[in-house]
Ligand binder design. Sequence first.
Ligand SMILES: O=c1ccn([C@@H]2O[C@@H]3COP(=O)(O)O[C@H]3[C@H]2O)c(=O)[nH]1
Length: 658
Amino acid sequence: MFKMRRGVIFFTIVLLVVMMVLPSVGAQENQLVEEVQTELEYKLVGEEEGHYAYQKNHKNDPINPEVSVSKNGNPMVPESSYEHSDYLNEDAKVFKAADNVYSFSGFGLANTVMIEGEDGIIIIDPNSDMHVGDMVYTAVRDITDKPVKGIIYSHNHIDHVGGARSFVTREQVENGEVAIVAHHKLMGNIKNIFSVITPIMVQRGSYHTGEYLDWNYKSGKDSGYVHGGIGVPFQGRHEEEKQEEISFFKPTIMVPDEGSTMTIAGVEMEIMYAPSETEDELVFYLPKEKVLITSEVINPTFPNLYSPRGTKTRDVGQWIESIDEMRYRFDEAKYMVPTHGRPVYGKRNVNKRMTDYRDAISWVYQQSIRGINQGFNKDQLVEFVNLPERLNDPWDHGLGNHYGDYNLSVKAIYTDFLGWFEGDPTELSRAPYETRASNYVEVMGGLEKVKKETREAIDRKEYEWAAELITWAVRAFPEDTESKLLKAEALEELGYLSTAANVRGFYLSAAQELRGELESNVIDPGRGDILKELDFSSLVSMITYNWDAEKAEKDDVNLGVKFVLKNGKEKEKAAILVRGGAVEFVSAEHADSLGLFDINSIVTVTKESLESILLEESTIEEEIAERGMEVYNVIGFKKFISYLDGKIAYRDIKLADR
Ligand SMILES: O=c1ccn([C@@H]2O[C@@H]3COP(=O)(O)O[C@H]3[C@H]2O)c(=O)[nH]1
């Protein structure tokens, strides 16, 4: 169903090129003129009529009432989520934001921006994977056949970088024909996601983006999922044949913190470093065209100042500073092109959009700090900070809790300043996890009583309380299916009531987990090209995070393995030393100074072979016989490998049933 729908969109209606008639004369100066294809109806939006590109024009099919109400009588999707879904371009569209700047929206979770220069084009954010990348590329080729001269990553997130090979070949990058531009910290962040924290990131990210759910509410098989919050959900991963196709080229030009000015294909642009959602975020200003590409500094909803899938702390104060720097430095901007959602047209609107956005964020930030200083803990702080309606309205300001939820941000601001400890020493040390759970259930009157109270709480529509109550039973009685089903029911209702896509995704996915239905169409996205682009030492250092130190300590393991990249350059080596179980990564710089005394085995290996062994996809013997891995002291190396966790099945990682 899903595939067919995308196919139809792409090959029939596809290029719903939304042409912006640029104001060229006096009276039109600030007028917003937009042609939006909505059921073949073109709508003109004037500045005085509406705001930017926001429209409440329902083009979606009416929802099926049989699947739109939960078993507890709640609408499965709030009305405003349908409206927001419309806004997020569920059908692919191309916006022409200026004469030579196009935004491809609704193809994947993120937008791809294409800038046409004299003798070539620049691609900002090649999107999430090669499936989406190929669709965007075809749409680009409907506009121009000029060669791609540069790919720029606005930041490290996979929904922005994974489609690179749809646009250019490795050869073009290697021979310098195409520049790959990004902030200098981008590779460090890619390394973190793809070699350090991968299993839990994939599982949490899949809940967050609703990848276990059937996202298409029009299909009739309604899981209550609506959209990706900032765009359509990752598509490539729903399509089995595309599972491995994350592609990536590492940057060939690194932008420093001071930013830079660049001319690619004759297009002059200022690149500003704008730490915000990520610490490697870049924004772009085209002075001639007066176009400001705001990347993910500005989203089409209140941003994830904290992302529920889990990321390193986002520095909110810095985020506000980045918006303000854009506002003052590029105050001549007439067109704003974000990498999620629609462009904003007109100098006044661009300015207002950024000002509203910074006001909403700074409201939450400043009031959180104010509350922190009054001694509130995280839960109290959430009740203390209330964003006024004016700054929480999706239609007037492009804000609202449609992606993240500002209440989650409040807690993150707390932990950013004070860490997890809230000051009450009760928190410093607790009774063991399972003991607490059984004690709670006992004190509350036993398992049956807890279940009865939970049922009644659900019937009273007190879903948060119900979920909290039954969680103690789920923990204390892991074999009790009824507790899990009650928890699933409470979480599911919370999901239906949520407008924030990530929050909804978490609730609904957790309900599936508790019901044992997480079979999923989720595909291990693999590391695709990213592995090739990570340096060899990143791969070797993965070993330290998969090392069962306790087991090695019991066996009093003392050994060392030196890894050398097969056919690699002088510096492409690293070593791992184990001392009584404790493990040390030794970088190339020091690996050579280790004597044979410290090293039990030397392994000369390709990245692919090493990854296969680390993930238990092949054996040492197979890699030696079939892929030319060379091992000095196979017995020592086998012993070493036996202390690794091997492959962790992402989807078996429990988040709610624990
Ligand atoms: O490794 C990644 C990187 C990104 N994303 C998506 O992009 C969004 C960007 O910001 P966020 O962290 O608030 O939420 C993210 C997700 O929706 C993802 O699912 N997996």
